[in-house]
Design a protein around this ligand. Structure first.
Ligand code: CTP
Length: 133
């Protein structure tokens, strides 16, 4: 059984996130989604202004039909080193320092890395500004 991992914040779950899960699941048989803990998002991305708590974000992600398991994480390098999986499905925007370290760990562990394209025209930030208008 091929296990796929994808990771992220997933605040205000939207079509771009669901499309990511659909494409990631198609790469294997079992999809694990790691949701970043709010304290860490606020620490490393102070402009993020999270609307949903860690628990709310996990609940929504877990309700999507392509998601088999939801876990939480603090840093991408930590979770990529910890879990048992075969393929890391990442977004093209996932390239900060911790993610660079995560990619190195994936390489060392023989994990295949697949970069999936983003869905154009939608993001959590965009949804927040739509609501604000
Ligand atoms: N993603 C995607 N298509 C979008 C938005 C996000 O495929 N339109 C993917 C990202 O590439 C990443 C994952 O979803 O792999 C989690 O991204 P996240 O940062 O939580 O979502 P965004 O909507 O980009 O959030 P923000 O606007 O706060 O950056």
């Amino acid at each position: 059984m091929k296990k796929v991992l994808t990771i992220g914040v997933f605040d205000l779950l939207h079509m771009g996130h669901v499309e990511l899960f659909r494409k990631a699941k198609a790469l294997g048989d079992y999809l694990i989604v790691a949701v970043q803990n709010s304290e860490m998002v606020e620490k490393y991305k102070p402009g993020a202004h999270l609307v949903c708590s860690t628990e709310e974000r996990c609940y929504m992600v877990g309700a999507i039909r392509w998601v088999d398991e939801v876990v939480t994480y603090n840093s991408s390098d930590e979770i990529v080193g910890l879990l048992d999986f075969d393929i890391l499905a990442k977004g093209p925007d996932q390239n900060n320092e911790a993610f660079q370290r995560a990619l190195k760990i994936a390489e060392e562990r023989g994990i295949e890395v697949v970069t999936l394209p983003r869905t154009e025209g939608i993001s959590s930030t965009d949804l927040k500004s739509r609501v604000a208008k």
